[in-house]
Each structure stands twice: as C-alpha cells, then as structure tokens.
Design a binder for this molecule. Sequence first.
Ligand SMILES: Nc1ncnc2c1ncn2[C@@H]1O[C@H](COP(=O)(O)OP(=O)(O)OP(=O)(O)O)[C@@H](O)[C@H]1O
Ligand SMILES: [Mg+2]
Length: 233
Amino acid sequence: MDVNINPVIELENIHRDYRMGDNIVKALDGLSLTIGGGELTSIVGPSGSGKSTLMNIIGCLDRPTDGRVRLNGEDISILSDKRLSTIRNRNIGFIFQQFNLMPRLSILENVATPLLYSRVKTSERNRLATAALQKVGLGDRLKHRPTELSGGQKQRAAIARAIVTNPSLLLADEPTGALDTTTGELIMDLFRQLNSEGRTIIIVTHDPEVSQQCRRVVRVRDGKLEPEIVNVY
Ligand SMILES: Nc1ncnc2c1ncn2[C@@H]1O[C@H](COP(=O)(O)OP(=O)(O)OP(=O)(O)O)[C@@H](O)[C@H]1O
Ligand SMILES: [Mg+2]
C-alpha cells in the first residue's frame, strides 16, 4: 500500500502529566510523531511506558497537558469537547483487547451502534452493518449474541463495528492479547487486508508477531520515543 503524504495524525512535542498528590507523573514527555495516510504502524514498549496514554491522545479521547495535536490537518486542541467527539465518531474506529461488545445485543445491532450517532435510517444502518460483517467474514452470524461467538469471531465483530462508519483511522489496543496464536494471526491478516485497501491503522501490542507485520514500529520508553524500526518486506 502506498503511503499518502497527507498526515492523518500529527503530534508535536506532546506532554501528558498526571498529578498524584505532590508528585507529577510524566506519562508522555515531549513526544512528536506523524502518521501518514495508509500506514500500518505498531506501538511497542514496556508496561507503563505511555502507550495507552499515547493512543488515548491519538484517538482524541484525552488531551495533552502541552503540545499540539492535528487530525487530518485540523488542530484539535482548540475544539470544544462536543465538536471533538463528533470528529472522533466520524474519523476514528477503536478496537480493544476485550472486544467491548454489548452482550444483550445481536452482532448486527452491535455493529450498527456507531451509526446511531449519525442521521442514517434504520434500513440503511442494517445494510451498512451487514456489509461490514460480510467484509470480516461474519455474514452468516448476524443474529448471534456475542456469547455465541468464538474469541476470534468476537474480535471480527468488533472490527466490523470499528469500520462501519468508514473512518480514516483505526486504533487497536492489544487486539490479539486475548486470542491464541493462530486466531491472532487471522486477525492480523484482516488488519493487513484493511490496510491494503487504504485504511490507516495503529496497533499497540506486546506481541512481536504482530509488530513484525507492521511497516513502522514506534517504540515508547518513559514517555519518549526511541528510534523507530521500519520493516522492509
Ligand atoms: N489516570 C492516571 N493517573 C495517574 N497516572 C496515570 C494514569 N494513567 C496512566 N498513568 C501513569 O502514566 C504512565 C503511562 O501509563 P500507560 O497506561 O500509558 O502505560 P502503557 O504503556 O499503556 O502500559 P501497559 O503496557 O501496562 O498497558 C504510567 O506510569 C502510569 O502509572
Ligand atoms: Mg496500556
């Protein structure tokens, strides 16, 4: 996949401090990073190094203490929380280690949920959710509940939910962490397929099998970046 020169995410000298009584924890300590459109990137580093904090800032779920964040060229630091959540819903899909599916809803209803925030009719919502589920190979599981699926199928459903709004950026925090090796490989195949179709994907992972499949490997330590690894295939 050719990498687009237009950056999706630009982080400039990001600091994120947490105040703990009289102490300040510098979770991110002057970190700059640009992710171009169409890239497949992993974020690695020891526990507590700041990976999730970084993902939350990239995903516009959290704001830096200092520094500038641009999403698709737009400076988001000056936006209201309401505007920011609209932009987030439109541009970013999230995937988590524990899938975060709603147990009482069918897979189809789970995948259709992000469309409730847009003005899409029910019939169109169901059509888009069905198409997303077909894309991840779950077209024959629409009526199932999450408990009636395997771990890999649950993560496929979560990926369908993340892509149903056609966001420009997918963010995954340890997406294979709860899966066995073979199932994790199939999920990585799916991410690579989605990337080859032009989606920008960022994956936080402890698993070298996962990071090896990403062209860029961004390494975080003590809230700072170490020289990144570029995998050439
Ligand atoms: N809400 C918070 N309040 C105070 N300190 C926090 C908070 N969230 C994170 N931290 C601290 O910030 C640092 C970075 O945490 P973060 O969760 O980003 O690490 P991580 O790299 O995702 O670790 P892991 O691999 O274990 O998930 C840690 O020292 C952590 O204790
Ligand atoms: Mg984390």
